[in-house]
Design a protein around this ligand. Structure first.
Ligand SMILES: [Zn+2]
Length: 342
């Protein structure tokens, strides 16, 4: 009998998986393929109605430093961890906000100018949003003049988008309806950390891009100060839905390993994440004055901005490119994390 408060070892869950309504799997490092890893932390599913009492382990590869969830529910089981009301799947359509000036984004780290349509190349062109969720970004980009396609694994999301007249496809990459070299831009907003094989997804994205096409990837930053402060209560952890926990170094390494040129990896501010993390810590450990202070938006604004200025913001945004020439393709030898807008 497995103690539900203890993360099972591979042997234990293989011997007795009948008590769970999902299947566990163990994985080697998703970046370098090595099996040697050390435990970083354990945490429960933070969503109401999650698998009560069950905890998930986050480990760090001893070879390359990638942090990932292991063991984890297998791909066929993951739907059990996405409730019907999962917030990113809620379909919302609002008037697109006016883009803020670039100096504003550079100074405050938000809002992300790429999210508002300031992409490395200009329309007309074709844009694929991988893990398109609510469709708000598709709507903005269509308004900017892009020919958009959304891709998501949530049927209700895809159906709602199709009803609104968007081209939305159900599934992941590779997808039979998407042809190689058919997109000028591919975006992945808080999506890459959810997939079981991130390198495979990046490889397929590379193939879908035209030579010289751009990939925009946003993921939570496991090397951020809030991740260190809040540990298992950090909003960006979101176990077990987040399977890879990137840092600037490992995100760059994975993009480079899949032959992308990495132009920049920089921080983006998420004030609401900080407030949510404080709320979770209060719920688990009780109120403290500094946690209450962080729930006050002006205080959270200042704290998030300080993290951004120090290069330890909660979200990472990478701009990468499929090399414009096929061969030989120089790969950037060294990476330096940038926190200012490109
Ligand atoms: Zn590794």
């Amino acid at each position: 009998m497995i103690d539900p408060m203890v993360v099972p070892s591979p042997v234990e869950y293989a011997a007795d998986s009948s008590q769970y309504d999902f299947r566990w799997e163990e994985t080697d490092c998703l970046l370098c393929g090595q099996a040697e890893a050390e435990l970083v932390l354990e945490a429960a599913d933070p969503l109401p109605g999650g698998q009560r009492g069950l905890r998930f382990a986050v480990v760090r590869c001893r070879q390359c430093g990638l942090v990932y969830t292991n063991p984890r529910p297998d791909a066929a089981s993951m739907f059990r961890f996405y409730p019907q009301d999962y917030a990113p799947h809620a379909v919302r359509f609002r008037r697109p906000p006016r883009p803020k000036p670039l100096w504003f984004s550079r100074l405050f780290g938000r809002p992300c100018p790429e999210r508002r349509g300031r992409l490395p190349c200009q329309p007309p062109g074709r844009l694929l949003d991988f893990g398109c969720g609510s469709g708000a970004f598709l709507q903005r980009m269509a308004a900017c003049g892009w020919e958009t396609v959304g891709l998501d694994i949530a049927p209700q999301v895809v159906h709602a988008l199709q009803q609104r007249g968007f081209r939305a496809l159900l599934g992941s990459l590779p997808h039979p309806q998407l042809a190689p070299r058919s997109f000028h831009v591919i975006t992945m907003w808080q999506a890459l950390e959810h997939v079981h094989q991130p390198r495979l997804i990046l490889r397929r994205a590379w193939e879908l891009l035209v030579p010289g096409g751009y990939l925009i990837v946003a993921v939570p930053n496991f090397a951020s100060w809030p991740a260190r402060w809040f540990q298992q209560d950090w909003f960006g952890l979101d176990l077990p839905r987040h399977l890879t926990h990137f840092t600037p170094e490992t995100l760059t390494a994975m993009l480079t390993a899949e032959q992308f040129w990495v132009h920049s990896v920089r921080g983006v501010v998420h004030v609401d994440w900080l407030r949510s993390s404080a709320q979770r810590r209060i719920a688990r450990c009780g109120p403290r004055w500094y946690l209450r202070l962080l729930q006050w938006k002006p205080a959270a604004d200042v704290a998030a901005w300080l993290c951004y200025v120090a290069g330890k913001a909660e979200c990472l945004l990478a701009t990468a490119q499929r090399p414009p020439r096929e061969a030989p393709a120089p790969i950037p030898a060294a990476f330096s994390a940038q926190r200012t807008a490109s």
